[in-house]
Design a protein around this ligand. Structure first.
Ligand code: FDA
Length: 302
């Protein structure tokens, strides 16, 4: 598939990324990005809650290269947690460590993260650290481990099934609230499985492994086949519904999202918002080139 590498390449283009911040939500991004302000995000989450869906919000941010930008991003995350508390919506926070300065200075990133998770703990909320590319994986797990000593219930992360290390990570992270995904970045054959069939097999295998260990598991996928298999596994193994949730991205498979919620499962929607939407949008096009129709429709309507 030629489109996937092309969109992943475009997602890393800093010039386009910077320009897109000035464009407003374009190219159909409105369908999968909830808006640009915290209020936009809260309005979207309220609507989802009315349909029986819970949410996690992500203030989009890419290519943070200065201390000031990382601190600004931290302040924004804290404001978002406070807006969640003020509006009373059912929602937690997702973020990326590079947004908080991981590539600028590790210690700065850790201190920023500590402030955010500390505020989440005070407000009785939870912070999910999204997993970025392989180059950031070990640092992310190290920061998680330090944070968990202080805030054991207020922070978790994501494990990507395409990585060879996933099985061992799941073993090491027994008891941690994890989101499990197939993996969204382009990784080399040295570190990641390349065949889609094998990634799907490994995905199901790590989901079962984490569920069987009694750990809280967020199964984040739009793949109805995997979702069916997980439901069947949980029925047979008598895994209570309070021990897992399904997650999907805002704007994707809305009917399926509502159906799963109506069946009595927790269905959490990942709601991205902010002016820095370009990289996120390109990664979604890379995952599913059919989404290009979003972009074409969006371009034609502008
Ligand atoms: P995949 O794309 O493998 O599709 C499998 C099948 O599902 C398709 O063949 C089709 O039948 C069906 N399908 C999928 N999408 C559909 C659609 N829109 N409409 C109709 N049918 C569809 N990645 C990462 O590296 N780090 C992270 O932190 C996260 N976080 C994250 C959070 C959440 C909530 C989600 C849902 C995903 C992520 N991801 C992620 C992305 C993840 O790694 C993965 O790239 C995408 O979810 C795409 O894989 P899927 O499992 O959804 O299905």
């Amino acid at each position: 598939m030629v489109l996937r590498p092309m969109f992943l390449y475009l997602s890393k283009n800093k010039v386009l990324n910077r320009s897109a911040k000035r464009w407003g939500l374009r190219m159909g991004a409105k369908q999968i990005v909830a808006g640009v302000t915290i209020d936009d995000a809260m309005t979207a989450v309220k609507k989802l809650n009315e349909f029986g869906l819970v949410a996690t919000v992500d203030h989009l941010g890419e290519f943070i290269t200065s201390k000031e930008e990382a601190i600004e991003s931290t302040t924004y995350c804290i404001k978002t947690l406070e807006a969640i508390a003020d509006t009373g919506v059912t929602c937690n926070l997702s973020l990326k460590l590079t947004q908080l300065g991981l590539d600028v200075e590790r210690e700065l990133c850790y201190e920023n993260m500590r402030k955010i998770v500390g505020r989440a703990a005070e407000l009785g909320n939870f912070v999910r650290i999204d997993m970025e590319d392989f180059a950031h994986c070990q640092q992310t797990l190290d920061i998680l481990s330090t944070l968990r000593r202080e805030f054991p219930r207020s922070v978790g992360t994501v494990i990507q099934a395409y990585l060879y290390r996933a099985k061992q990570d799941i073993y090491d992270l027994k008891g941690v609230n994890l989101r499990l995904v197939k993996g969204a970045y382009k990784e080399s054959p040295q570190v990641a499985i390349q065949s889609k069939k094998q990634i799907d097999e490994n995905y199901l295998s790590i989901i079962k492994q984490h569920l069987k260990s009694g750990s809280y598991t967020a199964i984040a996928t739009h793949d109805h086949v995997i979702i069916q298999k997980v439901k069947a596994f949980c029925r047979v193994e008598k895994i209570p519904r309070s021990q897992f949730e399904f997650q999907m991205l805002y704007g994707f498979r809305k009917e399926l999202q509502e159906k799963i919620a109506a069946e009595g499962y927790t269905m959490r929607i990942y709601v991205p918002y902010g002016t820095d939407w370009y990289g996120y949008f390109m990664r979604r096009l890379a995952e599913r080139p059919q989404n290009v129709s979003f972009a074409l429709r969006g371009l034609l309507s502008k």
